[in-house]
Ligand binder design. Structure first.
Ligand SMILES: NC(=O)c1ccc[n+]([C@@H]2O[C@H](COP(=O)([O-])OP(=O)(O)OC[C@H]3O[C@@H](n4cnc5c(N)ncnc54)[C@H](OP(=O)(O)O)[C@@H]3O)[C@@H](O)[C@H]2O)c1
Length: 283
């Protein structure tokens, strides 16, 4: 296969880093994006050492800041000028109400809105690619998600906040976004996935100690990040996915029916319009 240029958000840790490693091993050009320049530089050094390949770079992009996302898309376009596959992998989980720089509930801001804007700004490059692809890391948690646009700016207050519900809502948005991307841009293959329950630090970062402890207790029963990278890699690279778009896949690379809400075309349209307004308002 010809060398592809692939951008992975949250590529400095967990599933994103494992995905980057395999893509590098296969001879592709990989750019990892993240919110910490130090962590990104360290991950690039580690991946170069592990794979003995140089075709990896990093891009500063804090998805909790729409301004940073705009700068990142512009830097990427100038610096690399080419994009075959965008893997929207970055994710955050928190059990306390927090806000992005733009005043949006943090999980929704990072897991959906930042990716929405980044994807839109990189669409010209993806459309110009011979076979552009977008891969969104959703989750089986989306089955518990509901979408209430009013609560996304946090008016309900911290006492009403449930971190798991907010995470599920952001993951529902990932599936709806995928569906709407496929409808609006049929020339790009856009799919999303649940990677499995994977041994990463996602629930050790922004959570209280007891959530972190609970997550650690379960880690021995979880699968490795290398396993977690299988479905993103499949959707990014496999010829089997050619002409397959707007679908949700599980950790065994099987196409599955997502939740009823995730299949609602009007909700997908509404989410797109809401996201468009929010990202323009904050320009
Ligand atoms: N692990 C699982 O069992 C599981 C299950 C279902 C779905 N997922 C999904 O898989 C994806 C990857 O998660 P993971 O488990 O690999 O977690 P992880 O190891 O914590 O990796 C998440 C990545 O996202 C980055 N990130 C967080 N906030 C960001 C921000 N504001 N701007 C830019 N990057 C940011 C993190 O950067 P830092 O290193 O700076 O924190 C990290 O690189 C997520 O979308 C998650 O929802 C995971």
């Amino acid at each position: 296969m010809q060398q592809q240029t692939i951008l992975i958000t949250g590529g400095n840790d967990g599933i994103g880093r494992a995905t980057a490693q395999v893509l590098l091993e296969r001879g592709h050009r990989v750019i990892i994006a993240g919110r910490s320049k130090e962590k990104l530089a360290a991950a690039v050094a580690t991946l170069r050492y592990r794979t003995n390949k140089e075709a990896i770079d990093w891009l500063y992009c804090d998805l909790a800041s729409l301004e940073t996302v705009r700068e990142a898309a512009s830097t990427f376009t100038t610096q690399f000028g080419k994009l075959d596959v965008l893997i929207n992998n970055a994710g955050v989980f928190t059990n306390e109400l927090q806000y992005s720089e733009d005043g949006i509930e943090l999980q929704f801001a990072v897991n959906h809105l930042g990716h929405f804007l980044l994807t839109k700004l990189l669409l010209p490059l993806l459309k110009a690619a011979p076979a552009g692809r977008i891969v969104n890391l959703a989750s089986v948690a989306h089955f518990h998600g509901k979408l209430d646009f009013e609560s996304l700016t946090g008016e309900d207050g911290p006492e009403c906040y449930n971190g798991l519900e907010a995470y599920a809502r952001s993951k529902l948005a990932n599936v709806l976004f995928t569906r709407e991307l496929a409808r609006r841009y049929p020339e790009i293959e856009s799919n999303c996935l649940h990677p499995g329950v994977i041994r990463t630090r996602i629930a050790n970062k922004e959570t209280r100690w007891f959530i972190s402890l609970f997550w650690n207790l379960y880690k021995p029963f979880m699968r490795s990040t290398r396993c977690g990278a299988r479905t993103p890699l499949y959707l990014a690279m496999s010829p089997e996915v050619r002409n397959v778009t707007g679908r949700y896949f599980d950790e065994r690379q099987c196409c599955r029916k997502p939740s009823m809400l995730a299949r609602d075309p009007e909700l997908a349209h509404e989410l797109w319009e809401w996201s468009d307004v929010m990202t323009q308002e904050m320009a």
